[in-house]
Design a protein around this ligand. Structure first.
Ligand SMILES: [Zn+2]
Length: 60
């Protein structure tokens, strides 16, 4: 009955990140999770960019 470690990977670079941003990045309007590094490049000059929340490994 051990709890699994909460971890998610970035949908762009596949790296595990303690913080991920839930966003839409293209016309497909699919929700993806990206790490802060990818979020910076995705969110800039992107007419399809939509922010949908932040996921954190550690609960507040
Ligand atoms: Zn990433």
């Amino acid at each position: 009955m051990s709890r699994r470690v909460r971890e998610k990977t970035c949908d762009r670079c596949t790296q595990i990140s303690p913080i991920l941003y839930r966003i839409q990045q293209d016309a497909a309007k699919t929700w993806v999770f990206v790490c802060p590094a990818c979020w910076e490049s995705v969110s800039q000059d992107n007419p399809f960019y939509v922010y949908g929340g932040t996921w954190k490994a550690k609960k507040p």
